[in-house]
Structure formats: structure tokens, C-alpha cells
Write a protein that binds this ligand. Structure first.
Ligand SMILES: [Fe+2]
Length: 615
């Protein structure tokens, strides 16, 4: 059994004591960092409270940006009102030495093509992020290195509100582990078993994602969304990809997987097994593709269910905490909760590697103080930058946009916006602090009337340009949720699917199997969004609004007022509600159209510069 906390094996005891003293005075600043593989991010844990967290992609505008998160770091310092001199500890979310071991192992694979070996060697030769914390940021203080899956474990357990829980982490790969089984009790996290690379449920699902013509590490949601359209016709074949072995273990049948030696996740053996060629990206989706997606989803759910039962046998508890990219498969989670032994489930909203930064910071806090971070349960993820109202005003004013100014008139703003929703308008809604994690939860959202069937196609045509089969999600007033969905607790992070039981016809947010991925909203965590839902409810008897992320296809969710205006301009969204200002399409000045075209044509253009010259 590996005891993962709270002993700090790396830290200098004197420094630890000093930090513990500072923590008692309430001035402990810990930065968490994830970087280098997928979705880099930074967070700030200040006096044990998570005060800021953001992905680098939101600043760089590169989707899933994995580069060293300098802009996210700068934001966290700004948000905390501190400088780098005030940072007591920087916690990095994975161990580069362990990771290097895996990379060396991979570089020795027989029959490895030269280009593939060179690519691995290039990655091995890159400066490890903990060194970049010194070299690039010039930070001379304490750096804590965490194990990748320990960061995932901490990111969920310490923010769950549970005093004890079983912990399951499942992803593609961290350093070596791909799945871990553990428990949390008070401030202690223990891991008692792990599955190591190359056996990986994340890569199993990614291989099917690639075979179905979707982008690996991005299109897994699409496979999950496609699955209900299909039948499990290929379950027998797909079961051959993963052998369930004893205890928590499983084995991938590597003859079907190409990720060790090729640039492709799957091999021709998989193509032969399924009997049809892989789908070309963007080509037509047929019933066959839906059946394969359904079969893969069924197999994943079977394994997840069995392994959660196993975890319960090792650590009986009513509570389960999950993180890692596979934990974003909300359909599998729902089945584990319904059919498995646990009564309560908490999934870290940023379950992927971005959330590792939060777990790393939390674990470092525990090591310093011996106490868990000061959170009872994570109530919201509005942890990113706030819109600057004055910046938004100056941008609109300086560019001669025609807009309505509702400053000091929030009630009128809400009424006006609801009027527009009822009229069938698609609305870009950018308010307050941005969400951390992959979901838009009413801070950087596109909103529409869920009762109108045409909204799904309209939003896809206007802005998302995405596959028509993918469902949109509902935001619902928390107090009304159980009257419309088979859901008996709050679901603030859109991480659960449940059946739609509403007497209202909700075609725009109801998936083909009668389910929806629900976000519950209350006035405590997002008062303006709750007020919008209340007014919509008052006017229509429907306390539900369609909510999808505010971004163009392939782009990160908008962050700043400039991003919101450019996305509004480049799309065909009807109306932009940016803080207290409302802009319709007739108010867009030609300047914005030119700018958005320039940005789209050349992603390297530094648009902020040209825009700010106006101010
Ligand atoms: Fe991970």
C-alpha cells in the first residue's frame, strides 16, 4: 500500500515548518500547474481557498493548448493580488522523472519507425516544466512535484465535501499509471492499486474515437453522444480489445492498438475485426458508426461498473470521487451510480489534466499544513477572469458599435434578454468570471429557448458548425429541476445525465434516448444567470434554457470582451449580451468584421494589439 500523504518526501523540513507557520497566519499562496500533455492550466490556492483557476487555451486561443502556462500563471497572480515574490510554493501536477521512464521505455519499442522515435526523443529532450518554473518564471521558492494520478485524486477528493470516500482515477496516461484505486479519509489520500501504461481505458476509448473519424483527445464526447443512436451490434468484437483480469486490473489486446509504435491509435487488426474501414473525418455518419459507438460505450460502462464494484469491495463507502479524462464520460458515470454500490458521486468538473493543477495545489497544501484545503465542497467553478465592464464599454464605444447600455438597469436587461429568447433569438451571454474546465455554465454561454426544435439546427448552423447528432444541454433553476428531470440533487457542473420527465416538450435539449445533461443553477453562485432563468420561468412556465459553450467550432471558449465580440461577429448569433451591454447584428461596425476575418485567416495575428490601439 502506498501512503501518498501528508508526508512530504521532497520538502525541506525547515521550509515546511516555515510555511506551516505562515499558513497559520493566513498568508499561504500555492500555485498549481499542469502543462505539457493536454490542456495546460494554473490555479491559485490562497490560504487554502481556491481563488483562481484557468486553462492556458483561454488566453492563447489555441484549443487544448499544452504549452507552458505563463499567461494563466500571470492571471492567477493578478487575481490573487500578489507577485511572484509572494508565492510560497508552486506545485507541478506530474513527475517528469517517472514520465521520462515511460518515454524511454517507449523509445525502445521494437519496429518503432524512425520519425516516431525522433518525436519521442524530442519530447524527452524538452526542458521539464519544473525546470521552466525556475528558468522562465525565475521562481526560486519551493517546488513540489506530484504524481499525475495523485493530482487527479486530490483534485476530486479535496473538493468533494466528503470526509471519506473511495477514489477512482481513469485517464489515457499520466506518468505510468492509467487507472488508480484509492481512498480518502480526512486529509489523507491512499492508493492501493494501479493499472499501468500501456493498458488504458482512456486509450481504448480514444482508439474507437480515432476509428470513427473524430479527433483523438477531443472527439471522445462525440462518441458518447453518438452512442444512443446505435445498437450494441459490435459488443462481442469490441470486448476483445480489453481483457478484464483480476482485482482492479485489465489488459488491452495490443494487436488492436497502434499508439505504441504508430501515429494511429488503432491497427489494421482492429479494422479487420470490425470488418469495415475507418470513417474518414467529416464524412457521413452511418448506422454502422453509431453501432460501433454504442458498442464501445457499452464495453466501457461494463468495465467501469465492474471496477467501481471492485473498489467498493476494497474500501466500502457510500461516497465515490472520480477524476481523469474518462471521468468526463457522464453516461458511464451515471450507470456506475445507478447500478453500482455507491450512493453519492463527486466528479471534479475539470476532470482532465487542467484539473490536475488544482489537485497538485491542494496536495501541496496538505503537505504543508497537514490539513485539507478549506473547502467543504466545490460550489462553483467561476474561477477565471472577470469581464471588465469598462473595457467592454470602451471597446464598443471606440469602434462605433451600436449597442444598448443597461448599466444600473439589471432588471430591464434581464427582461429584454428574455424577450429575445422567447422570440427565438440565439444569444451570446458573457457575464462575470469565466468558468474553469471544459463546460460553459452560464458565464460564457450561448443561450436559446429549449422548447423550440429548430434551435438545435439553428445553433449548429449559426455558430457551432458541429455534427447535428450532438445534444445541447439544459440549464435549469435548481429549485425546479426535479419537476422536469429525473434528478434529485444539485448538478451544478453539467456532469450528470438523467431522463427528461418534464410535461413541457423540450426537443432542443432532449437527447434521442430521452436523456439530458443537466446543469442546475442557483442565485447564490450565479445570481444574474439565475435571474434570467427566473424571468424566463415567469414568462413561459419553463424554468429551463438551452446552454452551450460560447465559441466557434475548434476554438476555445471565449474569455475576454474582445473574444466575445469577435466570436459574435464571426458567427451568426443574433444578439450579444456582454455584461450590461447588448449588441445585435445591425450594430456590428465593419471594423469588427474585418478584424474577425483577419483573426480567422491568420491565427498568429495578435489581434489584441490592433484592437487596443483604439482605446
Ligand atoms: Fe491525466
Amino acid at each position: 500500500m502506498i501512503n501518498q500523504s501528508p508526508i512530504n518526501s521532497n520538502g525541506n523540513p525547515q521550509v515546511t515548518a516555515t510555511l506551516a507557520r505562515r499558513a497559520k497566519k493566513g498568508r499561504l499562496n500555492i500555485i498549481g500547474v499542469s502543462s505539457g500533455y493536454h490542456d495546460s492550466a494554473c490555479c491559485l490556492l490562497q490560504d487554502g481557498v481556491l481563488v483562481a483557476a484557468v486553462q492556458e487555451e483561454r488566453f492563447s486561443r489555441v484549443k487544448n493548448d499544452r504549452s507552458f502556462p505563463t499567461r494563466a500563471f500571470a492571471y492567477c497572480l493578478r487575481e490573487g493580488g500578489i507577485t511572484i515574490a509572494d508565492v510560497d510554493c508552486i506545485a507541478y501536477y506530474e513527475d517528469p522523472v517517472l514520465k521520462l521512464g515511460r518515454q524511454i521505455w517507449m523509445s525502445f519499442m521494437p519496429n518503432l519507425p524512425v520519425e516516431r522515435r525522433e518525436s519521442i526523443l524530442d519530447r524527452m529532450a524538452a526542458t521539464p516544466p519544473p525546470q521552466m518554473i525556475r528558468d522562465v518564471w525565475g521562481y526560486e521558492g519551493r517546488v513540489e512535484i506530484l504524481d499525475h494520478h495523485l493530482s487527479h485524486s486530490a483534485s476530486t477528493y479535496y473538493f468533494s465535501g466528503f470526509n471519506e470516500a473511495a477514489i477512482l482515477t481513469v485517464d489515457g496516461v499520466g506518468d505510468w499509471a492509467t487507472t488508480t484505486y484509492g481512498s480518502g479519509k480526512g486529509p489523507h489520500i491512499e492508493r492501493f492499486e494501479q493499472v499501468d501504461f500501456p493498458d488504458s481505458l482512456g486509450f481504448f476509448y480514444s482508439a474507437i474515437t480515432g476509428y470513427l473519424g473524430f479527433e483523438v483527445n477531443e472527439g471522445e464526447y462525440k462518441v458518447m453522444g453518438l452512442a444512443p443512436y446505435g445498437e450494441p451490434e459490435y459488443v462481442d468484437q469490441i470486448r476483445k480489445l480489453v481483457e478484464i483480469t483480476s482485482e482492479g486490473q485489465y489488459r488491452l489486446n495490443m494487436k488492436y492498438f497502434g499508439f505504441l509504435t504508430e501515429d494511429c491509435m488503432y491497427t489494421q487488426e482492429l479494422v479487420a475485426l470490425l470488418g469495415r474501414p475507418p470513417r474518414e473525418p467529416e464524412s457521413e455518419l452511418t448506422q454502422y458508426h453509431m453501432d460501433v459507438a454504442c458498442s464501445a460505450q457499452v464495453v466501457l460502462e461494463e468495465i467501469m461498473l465492474e471496477k467501481t464494484r471492485y473498489l467498493h469491495s476494497k474500501f466500502p463507502s457510500d461516497n465515490l470521487c472520480m477524476a481523469g479524462g474518462v471521468a468526463l464520460n457522464v453516461v458511464a458515470n451515471g450507470r456506475c451510480l445507478r447500478e453500482g454500490p455507491y450512493k453519492r458521486l463527486f466528479v471534479q468538473p475539470a476532470a482532465g489534466d487542467a484539473g490536475g493543477s488544482v489537485g497538485a495545489a491542494a496536495m501541496a497544501y496538505v503537505r504543508v499544513t497537514g490539513e485539507p484545503p478549506l473547502v467543504k465542497s466545490l460550489e462553483h467553478v467561476y474561477l477565471g477572469p472577470a469581464n471588465s465592464v469598462s473595457e467592454a464599454y470602451k471597446l464598443l464605444k471606440a469602434s462605433s458599435a451600436k449597442f444598448q447600455d443597461f448599466r444600473g438597469k439589471e432588471e430591464e436587461l434581464i427582461k429584454f434578454t428574455v424577450d429575445q429568447l422567447i422570440q427565438g433569438k440565439v444569444i451570446g451571454w458573457s457575464q462575470g468570471r469565466m468558468e474553469f474546465g471544459p463546460r460553459a455554465l452560464g458565464a460564457r454561454s450561448i443561450l436559446a429557448d429549449p422548447r423550440r426544435l429548430e434551435m438545435r439546427d439553428r445553433i449548429n448552423a449559426l455558430v457551432k458548425m458541429r455534427e447535428a447528432f450532438r445534444p445541447f444541454a439544459p440549464a435549469v433553476l435548481e429549485s425546479e429541476a426535479q419537476n422536469h428531470f429525473d434528478l434529485h440533487h444539485a448538478s451544478p457542473f453539467m456532469l450528470e445525465t438523467c431522463d427528461v420527465i418534464s410535461s413541457i416538450d423540450l426537443p432542443a435539449i432532449t437527447h434521442i434516448d430521452g436523456s439530458a445533461r443537466v446543469q442546475t443553477v442557483n442565485a447564490k453562485t450565479n445570481p444574474r444567470f439565475a435571474a434570467l432563468l427566473e424571468e424566463f420561468y415567469r414568462r413561459t412556465d419553463c424554468p429551463i434554457i438551452l446552454n452551450t459553450s460560447f465559441n466557434l467550432r475548434g476554438e476555445p471558449i471565449v474569455c475576454t470582451p474582445i473574444d466575445a465580440i469577435l466570436c459574435f461577429t464571426a458567427s451568426q448569433i443574433d444578439l450579444l449580451v456582454l455584461e450590461d451591454f447588448v449588441l445585435d447584428r445591425s450594430g456590428i461596425p465593419p471594423f469588427w468584421e474585418v478584424t474577425s476575418l483577419r483573426v480567422k485567416g491568420d491565427p498568429n495575428q495578435i489581434v489584441e494589439h490592433s484592437v487596443y490601439t483604439l482605446l
